[in-house]
Write a protein that binds this ligand. Sequence first.
Ligand code: TYD
Ligand code: MG
Length: 459
Amino acid sequence: MAKAKTAFVCNDCGADFPKWQGQCGECQAWNTLTEFRLSAPAAKKGSSGRAATRGGFAGSLAAVKRLEDVSIVDLPRLASGFDEFDRVLGGGFVPGASILIGGHPGAGKSTLLLQTLCRLASSHSALYVTGEESPEQIALRANRLQLPTDQLQLMAETDVDAILASAESLQPKILVVDSIQVVHSDTLTSAPGSVSQVRDCASQLTRYAKQTGTVLILVGHVTKDGSLAGPKVLEHMIDCSILLEGDHDTRYRTLRGQKNRFGAVNELGIFAMTDTGMREVTNPSAIFLDRSEHIAPGTTVVVVWEGTRPLLVEIQALVDDSSLGNPRRVTVGFEQNRLAMLLAVLHRHGGIQVGDQDVFANVVGGVRVMETSADLALLLAVVSSLRDRPLPQDWVVFGEVGLSGEIRPVASGQERLAEAAKHGFRRAIVPKGNAPKKPIPNLEVVPVSRLSEALEACS
Ligand code: TYD
Ligand code: MG
């Protein structure tokens, strides 16, 4: 019989080593290796390769197919009941897929999944495994949210073997495990929540999902810096990784795909957390805009591109005399280094000096802008605040700013302009490369190719 092997797995990064050592060779953390018992490999069926007859070889070759011969049965996707959720998934749940939903505590992961499952349960068998809340708590929440509770199967369990046994007898089409961090296996010696536990339990669950065609949804917690706590290793195992983001002080939650084997990544789904649970926001483009009566200096509106659609967001900047030797550059929703770089471009190519000023920049509504298309809007907001002169409310700006002061075109310019026109904007300052060939009704487009031209257009 094959001997069970052991490996030593780092609790921080999940790297494994054949021998114990004090320091992890991967992440250099000390004293993080724990022993991990690998299950004995199943004895190979049939004779060994060397002794095999020709027939034996033919048998093993049967598993190899030409790509075009692989039958593609069009697997129907399961709709989640939320269009925003389906969009992030690439059109619904794929049978056999394992999906990881990460987010801060209180982001609304359990609420979103409970709402989804209660509704799905009427047409597909669904099992919700909770390791963090009691069944009574879940029932209370479902009642308060007035969800249909008659079909959903619920189970409070943290032992992976018990979960798999129940799944095998109930055969659900969709299985939720909330959360993967509390699931453990008795065959492992390490503590629940450690990387080796999470990794092993998740691999057992994903294997089960693949073999039976069950949709598996794992809930994962994230650390302060936004990465999944511990199980970086999980991301290789699962098919989709989705992050639910949003601060406690805003009601909006964004669902963002980070990895998706069945659809586009970086799609954004937008929800609002209300007193009746998660509601999808069907027209998200305008929710981040503050259409107040009075016009404040330091504010611009930009059209960013999120996944496959445009989104109008408001950018604010505040420039103030600094009392510090090293003036502050503070950003919320942007990359800080990008602001410092843009301010240098403003100085060199726009002739505007903010070296003795504190500069604060913020994206309204808790959105994070990772696109370079917001560069120009950010600089114009800074200039507007510095000069204490507001930009008219019906102006919209987008464009990337290069280090030599040029304004570079961005992707999907036409769609961005169409979205701005739809929301009643009258003037758009855009890169020359994004200027439309035909005029857009009710929208005056001002194409610019240098930063100085953009500053002129605003003065
Ligand atoms: P929850 O789904 O438990 O978060 P997670 O599972 O991601 O930790 O959501 C909890 C938060 O949502 C909590 O702070 C209260 C808020 N909430 C509402 O505002 N309205 C509601 O209807 C529900 C159920 C929760
Ligand atoms: Mg929860």
